[in-house]
Design a protein around this ligand. Structure first.
Ligand code: XIL
Length: 297
């Protein structure tokens, strides 16, 4: 196959990208989007600050634009992200305790209900674990509402949209380390207790290398009975093409690794400005990294 999406589809996988609604009118951007990708994640448009700018008053304009783009090109739609300590609206940042807890759950229910039936996978909870060696939850306003906030969010999301796969998503979880093991233990516990969880997302924001146990890490999560997805891939550095190939090979080697999403199209679209971590250059030309991914798929 001659495009990323078609090549990934040969093994039943998707190849996706993050999309910004404001760029859909850019013809270079939208031409590559339609041609190459069969999954789309809203880069910012489905986050809490975008969807609920004031309490219980929802704005789905830009999120719906992205959903409609996905539909029109036959791409899957990843929902990102229902609960996260960042990009919260100011009104939520000012809440705590039971008031915040009910606002969080209402947010999950309302947004998941709005997109019900349209979402392939939801990042229900994003980045809830701490960096470093503790293996513990990150301190945040969400965490301070009670340690059970994550399972409560997954249950609310399941009720609101029973057909979406429900994912936990995080970064610095690429190898077997304290942070990924903390998440692994949570997922094992959820599976044991029947808390609804279907997938784990590995953001994989990488810098010139990938841990040697990347595939083993994906595999240990898959063995818990969840899908694994590479959700925000971008890779900086001179070794870029080889590292992209290695990440792609690892996903293909794990039957439950169901798809790869890169976090933007052209280098100029990247949140990592100046690092050129994506598959297309600023002019929309394919880079060496593009060819190395396509070769592996
Ligand atoms: C980033 C977006 O790419 C930027 O446009 C925005 O300013 C900040 O967020 N982890 C995530 C993504 O889960 O939502 C983040 O996206 C990148 C890190």
């Amino acid at each position: 196959a001659s495009t990323l999406g078609a090549a990934a589809a040969q093994s039943g996988r998707y190849f996706g990208t993050a999309v910004a609604a404001g760029k859909l009118g850019d013809s270079t951007y939208s031409t590559i989007l339609r041609r190459e990708f069969n999954s789309i994640t809203a880069e910012n448009e489905m986050k809490w600050d975008a969807t609920e700018p004031s309490r219980n008053s929802f704005n789905y304009g830009n999120g719906d634009r992205i959903a409609s783009q996905a539909r029109s090109q036959g791409a899957a739609l990843r929902g990102h992200a229902l609960l996260w300590h960042q990009q919260q609206p100011g009104w939520a940042q000012g809440l705590s305790g039971s008031d915040l807890r009910s606002a969080m759950m209402n947010h999950v229910t309302q947004v998941a209900t709005h997109y019900r039936g349209q979402i392939h996978s939801w990042d229900v909870v994003n980045e809830a674990f701490a960096d470093g060696n503790s293996g513990a939850r990150r301190d945040s306003n969400l965490q301070r509402t009670g340690n059970d906030w994550i399972e409560a969010a997954f249950r609310a999301a399941r009720s609101a949209d029973p057909t979406a796969k429900l994912c936990y998503n995080d970064y610095n979880t690429d190898g077997i380390n304290a942070k990924s093991t903390g998440i692994y233990n949570m997922v094992a516990d959820f599976k044991n207790r029947g808390v609804p969880i279907d997938c784990v997302g590995f953001q994989s924001h990488l810098s010139n290398s990938v841990p040697g146990d990347y595939q083993a890490n994906l595999q240990r999560f898959a063995a818990l009975g969840v899908d694994v997805q590479i959700t925000e891939l971008d890779i900086s550095g001179s070794n870029q093409a080889a590292v992209y190939a290695s990440v792609t090979r690892s996903c293909l080697a794990v039957p439950r690794c169901t798809g790869i999403t890169v976090w933007g199209i052209r280098d100029s679209d990247s949140w990592r400005q100046g690092e050129n971590p994506l598959l297309f250059d600023n002019n929309g030309n394919k880079k060496a990294a593009y060819n190395s991914v396509l070769d592996v798929l």
